[in-house]
Each structure stands twice: as structure tokens, then as C-alpha cells.
Design a binder for this molecule. Structure first.
Ligand code: SAH
Length: 285
């Protein structure tokens, strides 16, 4: 997944206000480059899912206006994975996730606030830092809808971040599967890092026993979800709940239409930015 770098030159007096806005907008890392004219800092923000530049301008403009300044130029560039390399790790900081969690990059020495549970993550080459809206929507839906002691499946586990959260939310058993062996290797390391007991498997929903899953997490894409829906419904226990994410709001209707005839009814739609997550109950056989 390519990352976006957005850089701008800010007067030191506005550095904290601008950094705060960039973090709020989902910057996974912020880097202050001091090679800037005196009294200024070049702020470099890294986004897994970058906001539109026009939207960013609208949000940042009032901060500069309050000091009677013009908004500086925003320099945006897409990073290839290899450019990003190890370097970004230095700049990806810990952050609160959902109501309960605090994501700490494995190399960070940040301390978790007392009222949150830490999730230690090194995403390596896998998706799932927790900064993406689709991951956040899935996790937040799980916090609301998952009853304790459920058997959970995270279909497309990536870094394993959601499996770890599910364990911390008192699931009975947690399983994660992914078709990408690299993701499974990364997830294994993260599971160990968090000292959790989670079953991980390289593969997909076709390998999961029928009527075995009590709560299903599925952050894929609308196309993949559409294709896998019948098999997902087959694997769900009667009345089990599933969270489908990775769906653009404009694609939500299509997923609902495909899910209905299978006996999956929508309990809630949760939205963030251009994304939606659909929480569904299995009323089918
Ligand atoms: N659950 C994590 C990662 C989601 S990214 C999070 O929410 O942040 C989606 C992951 O699904 C990727 O790692 C990808 O390799 C995997 N994937 C894609 N298609 C899949 C399929 N058909 N079955 C299982 N995993 C799949």
C-alpha cells in the first residue's frame, strides 16, 4: 500500500497547532525537520490514507489566518513501499485507538495511559497499523457489538492488530487468517509481542468450519466481501455478528443487497471519511 507524504513550512509558533490537526486527520507519523529558515520548522506528515489537499487547506487555513499569515504551500508526494522502508518507523508514534486501546509501535518507548490497554505492533510489510479508517471502524464496531466469550475470526488479519484487540476484549478463542504468508508471519510476531494466544492460518474463509464463528471481523474490499459473502455466512453461527469494512460509502448499498438474500441483516452502518463499515447479524440457517 503506497503512503503519502505531506510537507509544509510552519512558523514555530504554529507548529503544535498544525501538528495537532495533522494527527487528528490520521497522520501515522510526524517528523519535524529543522533544516528550515530560522523560527520555522518543516513539518513532514506520513499518511496511510491521505486527506484531499483541498480539504487539508480548508482545515489548516484558520490556524494561519489567526496569526495574519498566508497558508504555506503543501507539498504532497506518494511514497513507494521501498522508499518508506525502515525510515518511517522513527516517526510513527503511539496513539489511542477506539475507546480502550493505545497502539504502541514495537520500537517505541511510549507508555500507555493507565486507562487504556496497549497493543504493541510492528506492521512490517503487512497492512494494519491502526491508523487507517477501515481498521478503526472495524475495531470500534467490535468494541460496541461483541459480547464476551465469543469465538472470533479475523478474515484478512494483516498485522494481526484486530485479533489482539479481540483477545483483550475477552473473546474465548481468536483465529486470524490471511492469504498472504508475509502477513501471517508478521501477525505471528505481533501476537507473541503481545503475549496472546491466537490461532493464525495462511488461507481464507473456505478453510473455516461451517457454523463455527461467533463474531467475524472482515476488513477487506467491497469486491472481496461480495465474492466471499456466501462462504462467510456459511461459517457464521446462527445469530452471529459480522463487521464488514473496507467498503466505500458508495459501495455500501451493493453489499447490503447481496447480504440480504443470504439472511444477513444490517444492524448498523458506521461511517468515517469516505468509508463505511456494516455490522450484520446472521439470521440465515
Ligand atoms: N485486519 C487488518 C488488515 C486488513 S488488510 C486491519 O483491519 O487493519 C486486508 C488483509 O486481507 C490483507 O492482509 C490481505 O492480504 C488479506 N486478504 C485479502 N483477500 C483475502 C482473502 N480472500 N482471504 C483472506 N485474506 C485476504
Amino acid at each position: 500500500m503506497p503512503w503519502t507524504e505531506i510537507a509544509l513550512l510552519v512558523p514555530d509558533s504554529l507548529k503544535d497547532a498544525v501538528s495537532g490537526e495533522l494527527s487528528e486527520l490520521g497522520a501515522a507519523g510526524l517528523w519535524e525537520n529543522e533544516e528550515a529558515p530560522s523560527g520555522h520548522t518543516r513539518l513532514v506528515a506520513y499518511f496511510e490514507s491521505a486527506p484531499e489537499l483541498e480539504a487539508l487547506r480548508t482545515i489548516l487555513q484558520p490556524i494561519f489566518q489567526s496569526e495574519g499569515l498566508e497558508l504555506p504551500e503543501l507539498e504532497s508526494s506518494r511514497l513507494k513501499d521501498q522508499d518508506w522502508g525502515e525510515q518511517w518507523k522513527k516517526h510513527w508514534s503511539s496513539f489511542p485507538l477506539g475507546r480502550r486501546f493505545f497502539v504502541v509501535p514495537s520500537w517505541s518507548d511510549s507508555t500507555c495511559p493507565a486507562d487504556r490497554d496497549p497493543i504493541y505492533i510492528d506492521p512490517g510489510q503487512a497492512f494494519g497499523t491502526g491508523t487507517h479508517e477501515t481498521t478503526q471502524l472495524t475495531l470500534e464496531a467490535m468494541e460496541v457489538w461483541m459480547e464476551p466469550r465469543k469465538v472470533v475470526l479475523d478474515l484478512g488479519t494483516g498485522s494481526g492488530i484486530l485479533t489482539i484487540a479481540a483477545r483483550l476484549l475477552d473473546a474465548r478463542h481468536v483465529h486470524g487468517c490471511d492469504t498472504d504468508p508475509v502477513a501471517i508471519a508478521v501477525a505471528r510476531e505481533n501476537v507473541e509481542r503481545n503475549e496472546q494466544s491466537i490461532g493464525l492460518m495462511c488461507g481464507s474463509i473456505d478453510a473455516i468450519a461451517s457454523k463455527s464463528v461467533g463474531f467475524l471481523l472482515c476488513n477487506l474490499t467491497a469486491d472481496a466481501i461480495s465474492e466471499l459473502l456466501p462462504d462467510i455466512q456459511r461459517a457464521m453461527r446462527p445469530h452471529a455478528i459480522a463487521v464488514f469494512s473496507g467498503i466505500l460509502t458508495s459501495q455500501g448499498r451493493d453489499i447490503r443487497q447481496k447480504a440480504g438474500p443470504l439472511g444477513l441483516s444490517v444492524l448498523q452502518e458506521r461511517n468515517r471519511g469516505e468509508w463505511c463499515a456494516l455490522v450484520m447479524r446472521n439470521n440465515g440457517p
